[in-house]
Design a protein around this ligand. Structure first.
Ligand code: BLA
Length: 508
């Protein structure tokens, strides 16, 4: 039942994931204080560095790392000018024994965190060479769809995961798989929706700060981090860590999906999570740090291109709105009746604002198209609509929540964009949207039932949970679309006003 989900959620939202005191075993971690004395050590340091060279808690780090290595690390640290920056170094001989490591270094409070993993030397140059062609291809994307398809394909080609998806977040924080490239034999997740709760609030905030998350092996035991005696009480903040182990809830979710390894890259726009690139592999998989860095650069190019395309899209929409204004005014000048031209108008508007039906109530005459209420059903709303002061556009994804009479037809038209087009409000133009549950389908094997009572930590039940939260709701109207409707309403008001003048002149 729904209530249990929301209890789960608060639990999830509270889990202090930045203080998970474990790392994944494909690397090791050392933390030092401002004097470079070791305060924390992951239990696998000796294994990574060799027993002879591994540092101990309370020891000065320069007793086991060479002076060269220490000064390289200090140099990288000195470059950090902004919060949440992490410097990376490739191929550092930490202990002076010829063993090379790829390192990430960052400060947290008064502590410095050094993470290192074995250097993938042979392929390093190949990884660098992959950048330029990939970047230029991405930057040439023609549309957001094209960009997302291309990015999914490219990331899969580059990193070799079994499935790469591009997710987009909606304004209610639910998510949708909008592009996918995968192994042929896997069922598709394209079109899959999932509720906001699948990525709890604190995980989202952290994801905006630390935009690259890898899980190399879901089944691997995490490695604990030990603290020196005088640091037992202050847990290391691993917000910006590269190696941090993940929440067990999330790992369970992934395992339930059959996923053995994953990679997630946040796509941030205007400081908010716009979406993410998510990779699944059905067996363990780790990717060298250098290659991960290339993927990260690609994601920056993705974000920049996305920004350009979205701005261009808004501009184009505004230009088309302008054309519609002109068309309307011209038709009116030609003496055409607005009601008679409803079809043309609705078609044009439908191009600008996706919808499933239209209604127009004007001078008590009702006309409707597509998925829309009957005249009687619509007239039942009018007292409530008319009671509102001369109001701008009303956008509802669930009209019945605002006007109970709308529940009589919410199985046909659940969402409404209502434009009052006369003063005082008496005439209306309405765009309708069908309930989402009728337009969005579970993208996986339709033979498997969707049951909200099955295990929650699984995408199918996740989809069912999402379907439950949107019951009776249509797709939300976007800010761009609401703005178009607002501006069109002004033109329409003029049109209707003139028509009304004409009618009253005729009557005299
Ligand atoms: C994190 N959940 C995430 C992340 C993704 C998802 C992409 C961030 C990835 C990462 O840090 O590696 C969700 N991933 C999905 C979904 C699909 C996918 C939906 O591939 C579908 C195909 N998750 C839950 C529930 C809880 C939960 C019910 O579904 C809480 C009880 C928790 N998800 C959860 C937590 C994190 C997370 C805590 C952060 C993990 C961490 O950084 O430690």
């Amino acid at each position: 039942n729904f209530q249990t989900f929301s209890n789960d959620l608060t639990e999830c939202d509270r889990e202090p994931i930045q203080h998970i005191n474990f790392i994944q075993d494909f690397g090791a971690l050392i933390a030092v204080d401002t004097k470079w004395t070791v305060t924390h050590l992951s239990a696998n340091c000796a294994e990574m560095l060799g027993a002879k060279t591994a540092p101990e808690l309370g020891q000065a780090l320069d007793q086991c790392f060479t002076d060269d290595a220490i000064s390289t690390l200090k140099g990288a640290l000195a470059k950090i000018a902004e919060d949440d920056s992490v410097e990376r170094l490739f191929g550092v001989d930490l202990a002076g024994n010829g063993q090379l490591f790829d390192c990430a270094i960052h400060p947290t409070g008064r502590t410095i965190v050094v993470e290192f993993e074995r250097h993938a030397d042979a392929q390093f140059q190949d990884h660098l060479l992959a950048i330029t062609p990939a970047m230029s291809q991405l930057s040439n994307a023609r549309s957001t769809d094209n960009l997302c398809d291309m990015a999914a394909r490219m990331v899969r080609e580059l990193l070799g995961y079994d499935r790469v998806m591009i997710y987009r977040f909606h304004s209610d924080d639910s998510g949708e798989v909008i592009a996918e490239d995968k192994r042929d034999d896997l069922e598709t997740y394209l079109g899959l929706r999932y509720p906001r709760s699948d990525i709890p609030q604190q995980a989202r905030s952290l994801f905006v700060r630390n935009r690259f998350r890898i899980i190399a092996d879901m089944d691997r035991e995490p490695v604990p981090i030990d603290a020196a005696d005088d640091h037992q009480d202050d847990p290391l903040d691993l917000s910006m860590s590269v190696l941090r182990s993940h929440s067990l809830m999330h790992v369970k979710y992934m395992k339930n999906m059959g996923v053995g390894a994953s990679l997630a890259i946040a796509i941030v726009r205007h400081g908010k999570l716009w979406g993410m690139i998510t990779c699944h592999h059905y067996s363990p998989k780790s990717v060298p740090y250098s290659l991960r860095s290339v993927a990260e650069m690609l994601s920056h190019m993705f974000s920049m291109t996305l920004d350009r395309l979205l701005i261009a899209g808004s501009d184009a929409l505004r230009a088309r709105t302008q054309t519609l204004h002109q068309l309307l005014m011209q038709r009116l000048a030609d003496g055409a009746s607005f009601v008679e031209n409803l079809d043309t108008f609705a078609n044009f508007l439908g191009d600008l604002i996706p919808h499933d039906g239209t209604s127009v109530l004007i001078h008590d005459e009702y006309r409707s198209h597509g998925d829309s209420p009957s005249k009687e059903q619509f007239l039942a709303l009018v007292p409530t609509l008319g009671a509102a002061p001369d109001s701008p556009v009303l956008a509802a994804s669930n009209l019945a929540d605002h006007i109970p009479e709308a529940s009589n037809f919410s199985d046909v038209a659940a969402g409404a964009l209502i434009l009052p087009i006369s003063r005082p409000p008496r005439d209306y133009l309405v765009l309708w949207r069908k309930p989402l549950t009728q337009t969005v389908r579970w993208a996986g094997n339709p033979a498997k039932a969707i049951s909200p009572t099955s295990e929650r930590l699984e995408p199918r039940s996740s989809f069912a949970a999402w379907a439950q939260t949107v019951e009776g709701h249509a797709e939300q109207w976007s800010d761009d679309h609401i703005a178009i409707a607002e501006s069109l309403r002004t033109t329409l008001l003029e049109v209707i006003l003139r028509m009304t003048d004409e009618v009253s002149r005729e009557r005299k």
